[in-house]
Design a binder for this molecule. Structure first.
Ligand code: FPP
Length: 259
């Protein structure tokens, strides 16, 4: 049997915590899409879809921790979401406030470290303080790292990195020709985190929508047909199983199965 075939056989094994063959991606990123459609299909207001989306988020954070995933990034509010009706923006900001107020103590108890990426300067002061508090309280935890992308857009993040480098060049501390992809990556919002191994998007849409464009260079993309409020541990495991069937070559010739 070829290496690739034997690797695929291994990758097809069911996920089972505690078994030797249990391998999960180190970093999973999720575009939590389809809250509105979930609600519309049930004749409910959109906010109900977002509320149930928060429940799906709780389930997913727990499952990710149980499965031994090290980093989970979630796209919870995009730079472009400001174009939604004011009432929906209020609902989403309210859910974030409630999520931090109600869930932070549990996340801390579960040894979760919270990180935030995105533009914080434009947010209301109370939200900025809540996000700072979440990071500060959990900074020494060494379990799952939960990265919340809030007021986040990847092009904006790359522009921020370019601006930070431009300031260094203008001050004479950096030569323009010393700027490499590696150096730019070190000026992104969370430069110490590994790139996502897999980006999962729910709802059947198949695009990145300005999420982690730099970091996604070699991420596997998994699109699942269910709406975010229906996402659960089984759906996460199925997405990981799909990821493990992929061969990653990072531009080279040697296949590496997802792990
Ligand atoms: C996409 O569904 C989802 C969002 C824009 C926001 C995601 C937010 C949550 C899961 C809840 C909030 C969580 C926190 C931590 C604040 P959509 O509204 O675009 O759905 P649609 O495409 O079906 O209309």
């Amino acid at each position: 049997m070829s290496d690739a075939a034997s690797a695929k056989e291994t990758a097809a094994e069911p996920l089972q915590a505690g078994s030797d063959s249990f391998e999960v991606p180190r970093h999973v990123a999720i575009i939590m899409d389809g809250n509105g459609r979930w609600a519309a299909a049930r004749g409910l207001p959109r906010v109900e879809g977002h509320r149930r989306g928060v429940e799906a988020l709780r389930r997913t954070v727990r499952a990710a921790g149980d499965l031994g995933i090290s980093y989970l990034t979630i796209f919870s509010f995009s730079s472009e979401n400001w174009s939604r009706p004011a009432s929906e923006i209020r609902d989403l900001l309210g859910l974030l406030r409630r999520f931090v107020r109600n869930d932070l103590a549990d996340l801390h108890k579960s040894n979760v470290r919270v990180r935030i990426i995105g533009e914080r300067a434009d947010l209301d002061r109370d939200i900025r303080l809540l996000l700072d508090e979440a990071e500060e309280l959990t900074r020494n935890n060494d379990g799952l790292t939960l990265i919340v992308a809030f007021n986040y857009g990847a092009r904006q993040e790359i522009a921020r990195a370019a601006r930070r480098l431009a300031i260094e060049v203008a001050a004479g501390r950096l030569a323009a020709d010393a700027i490499t992809p590696d150096l730019l990556a070190r000026h992104l919002d969370a430069p110490d985190l590994p790139d996502p191994d897999v980006i999962v998007r729910t709802s059947g849409e198949q695009r990145l929508s300005n999420f982690l464009l730099w970091q996604a260079a070699y991420s596997e993309l998994v699109f699942v047909p269910i709406n975010w409020p229906d996402f659960d541990r089984a759906a996460l495991e199925a997405a990981i199983a799909e990821y493990r069937r992929r061969e990653r070559r990072f531009g080279g010739l040697v296949a590496q199965t997802g792990s």
